[in-house]
Design a binder for this molecule. Structure first.
Ligand SMILES: C[S@@+](CC[C@H](N)C(=O)[O-])C[C@H]1O[C@@H](n2cnc3c(N)ncnc32)[C@H](O)[C@@H]1O
Length: 363
């Protein structure tokens, strides 16, 4: 059975594990990665459904490679025809550690030549010139002279959904927004407000989740070009569960241009959410209770005048939004406690290179 690896920011493994379990897959958790086995078509289809993952890849081979000759033999022995055609473009991402073969450039050249030999030896026909090439991405991992090569089912990161073409200075990665929604236990039946919505990432991910729609829209996935999945073997997308959200999903921001981005992104994603221009001190209140889930500005990337914003969020949660529970991300415990001394940490992870904590506050 093929072996698969799902990667994600360390700290979010439990939420991705639950997501995979919900899709009927049992996985083993390691820091920053979940490992599982699945048939090729079923595994590849997960690239379309997973909301929390950065990347999903399928192992093509593993073996000992103490010399370039040994490496070439291992690569030639593997069957590449299910994944690649002779003329496919291949992008490589290579990691080597504690191995006799330490020069990445030499390893990569040998791997590419050996794949080429194998595909030619197998008599694979070149694609007609009129057919556009799809780029494939291989991960070469060489540690303690043990070689492992995997092929990325997404090509582009799975966090890139396709709909977010407009974004401000500090956008939240889409898969992190989805992870936070799942971490908060939000399932679409509860009202949702993001009072610092920027380009709309959290409310748009929420609307897609509530509708049971796949997170990526109009983007290609590398597995769609794998020869083994052509014709009847191609996995079918999952049908949507429901189209009208059961509860209001609202984004607000004080910055007009950010809201214009959010409008464009929501339209591209094909979701209907409410977007309101408002300062956090006077937030929209779409229901008497719900979840405030948000990514406030936190200084490192947006300037240092942010303490007042956290105090204002705290006052809103005590005033117009009392009765709402809250979760927000912030790298600094002192800033987070300006919202309320009752906030408690849920987990920490990396957001664009900054270590942040997800803080929660019960209603
Ligand atoms: C870190 S960004 C949010 C990014 C958003 N999650 C995304 O993915 O695009 C913080 C946002 O807070 C907004 N903001 C800053 N101060 C605010 C305030 N007092 N009231 C409402 N919004 C504010 C900024 O305009 C910015 O869009």
């Amino acid at each position: 059975m093929p072996k698969w690896t799902l990667t994600l920011p360390p700290g979010l493994e439990p939420v991705a594990l639950r997501e995979l379990e919900g899709l009927g897959v049992r996985a083993k958790s390691t820091p920053g990665a979940l490992l599982f086995e699945a048939e090729l078509a079923a595994g590849a289809l997960l690239a379309r459904s997973l909301r929390t993952a950065n990347r999903l890849s399928c192992e093509v081979l593993s073996g000992r490679a103490r010399s370039l000759e040994e490496l070439a033999a291992v690569v030639r022995e593997a069957d590449w025809r299910p994944f690649l055609r002779l003329r496919d473009e291949v992008e490589l991402s290579t990691h080597t550690a504690r191995s006799r073969l330490s020069r990445k450039d030499m390893v990569e050249k040998k791997v590419l030549n050996a794949i080429h030999d194998q595909l030619r030896g197998g008599g694979v026909r070149a694609l007609p010139a009129s057919r556009p090439h799809r780029q494939q991405r291989l991960q070469i991992h060489l540690e303690d002279d043990q070689l492992r090569i995997s092929i990325d089912a997404g090509g582009e990161r799975l966090g890139v959904r396709g709909w977010r073409q407009a974004q401000g200075k500090a956008p939240l990665r889409e898969n992190l927004a989805a992870s936070l929604l799942l971490l908060a236990g939000w399932d679409g039946d509860e009202a949702l407000l993001d009072p610092f919505c920027g380009s709309g990432t959290i409310p748009i991910e929420a609307a897609l989740l509530a509708a049971g729609r796949p997170p990526g829209t109009g983007r290609p996935y590398a597995y769609e070009a794998w020869p083994v999945l052509q014709g009847g073997a191609a996995p079918r997308p999952i049908p949507a569960r429901r189209s009208v959200p059961a509860a209001p999903i609202v984004g607000s921001d004080r910055h007009g241009p950010a809201l214009a981005d959010a409008h464009q992104n929501a339209e591209r994603a094909g979701v209907s959410i409410q977007l309101v221009q408002a300062d956090v001190s006077e937030p929209p209140v779409p229901a008497s209770a719900g979840l405030v889930l948000t990514n406030p500005p936190y200084g490192m990337r947006l300037g240092n005048q942010v303490a007042g914003v956290y105090r204002a969020l705290g006052r809103a949660l005590q005033g117009p939004l009392s009765g709402w529970r809250a979760m927000f991300i912030c790298p600094d415990a002192e800033l987070a406690r300006l919202v309320s001394p009752r906030v408690f940490p849920i987990t920490s992870f990396s957001n664009g290179g900054t270590r942040v904590t997800a803080w929660a506050l019960d209603d």
